[in-house]
Design a protein around this ligand. Structure first.
Ligand SMILES: NC(=O)C1=CN([C@@H]2O[C@H](COP(=O)(O)OP(=O)(O)OC[C@H]3O[C@@H](n4cnc5c(N)ncnc54)[C@H](O)[C@@H]3O)[C@@H](O)[C@H]2O)C=CC1
Ligand SMILES: O=C(O)[C@@H]1CCC=N1
Length: 272
């Protein structure tokens, strides 16, 4: 059966680490490479042999996916605007660039969407935070379908929560990788060979996350099941829990990331 595409033609402006992972995921889910074209002022070739434009093309696209660094949005916005007419949805993965900032730069677009994925898009396992302005129900349905091809779609009700959702789900892999590193480094320091400690730590987190995702029990209950009374795990948990050490640290980490998003939002607001 022919595959129905959520958006038939998507122009990617800023084809880098993040949007590259999204395209890996979409292609793995069965989207044709011809669905995606890339604008870059200098590059002539990109991964998967996607068509590259060195100038903004004259044709209209169903969606434009913005994947540049947030601080260069105004290097491209004015020249890109003529492509963002009433049939084109703006999808932005830019951290800390609000709907208002997008709508002001692309006022004629069919709608603007903040689409916050993470690098697990490549494996179809990205939790995607979404929020839109001005987009009709059919358009929102298409965005949901696009998100679900690379993971899950989580529409937020209130944009004031978006930076926090970004800290949790977009930045989150970075925090988890630090935790894996800390586990491996700690085990290395206590006596395991470094490479073996890293292999064990990565495989353990992969299995533990898969189990948490598949289990009907919440993580707290799963932790309880691992910790035999009077056993080893409880001794370790006692260290993490003493004075709320882990909770305090993680809340501070999320707050710092969220607050940076708010600063970036103010920068994008002021520029335009
Ligand atoms: N890396 C991540 O895990 C995540 C990143 N994001 C967002 O993704 C965006 C991009 O981040 P990364 O992919 O990490 O950065 P990146 O540096 O890998 O990608 C940016 C791309 O933009 C291209 N570029 C630069 N100037 C350009 C121009 N004038 N026109 C077209 N393309 C241009 C660069 O060649 C590069 O390939 C950021 O806005 C970030 O907030 C969002 C969620 C997660
Ligand atoms: O670090 C950043 O600003 C982006 C947002 C989420 C992941 N990377």
């Amino acid at each position: 059966m022919e595959r129905i595409l959520a958006f038939e033609k998507i122009l990617i402006v800023g084809f880098g680490t993040m949007t590259g992972a999204m395209v890996d995921g979409w292609l793995a889910a069965g989207s044709p490479a011809s669905q995606f074209e890339v604008y870059h002022p200098r590059k002539t070739e990109v991964d998967h042999g996607l068509k590259v434009h060195n100038h903004f093309p004259g044709t209209q696209f169903d969606a434009i996916l913005l994947g540049i660094k947030p601080y260069i949005i105004d290097e491209i916005a004015a020249d890109l605007e003529p492509l963002a007419g009433p049939r084109t949805v703006i999808l932005s993965v830019l951290a800390g660039v609000e709907l208002e900032s997008l709508a002001r730069r692309f006022p004629r677009a069919r709608g603007v969407v903040r689409f916050m994925p993470n690098l697990a898009s490549a494996l179809g396992k990205s939790p995607n935070a979404l929020i839109s302005r001005g987009l009709d129900a059919e358009g929102c349905g298409s965005v949901t379908a696009l998100a679900e091809e690379i993971g899950t779609a989580e529409w937020l009700d209130d944009e004031s929560q978006f930076d926090l959702a970004t800290a949790l789900a977009g930045s989150g892999p970075g925090f988890v990788y630090r935790f894996i590193d800390a586990l491996a480094a700690g085990a290395g320091e206590l006596g395991l060979p470094a490479d073996q400690a890293q292999r064990l730590a990565v495989a353990m987190v992969e299995g533990a996350a898969a189990l948490a995702a598949a289990s009907p029990h919440p993580p707290q209950e799963l932790a309880r099941r691992v910790a035999s009374p009077g056993g080893m795990t409880q001794k370790g948990l006692d260290v993490l829990d003493a004075d709320g050490a882990l909770d305090t640290l993680v809340t501070r980490c999320l707050r710092a990331a969220r607050d940076r998003g708010q600063e970036m939002a103010a920068e994008a607001r002021e520029k335009h």
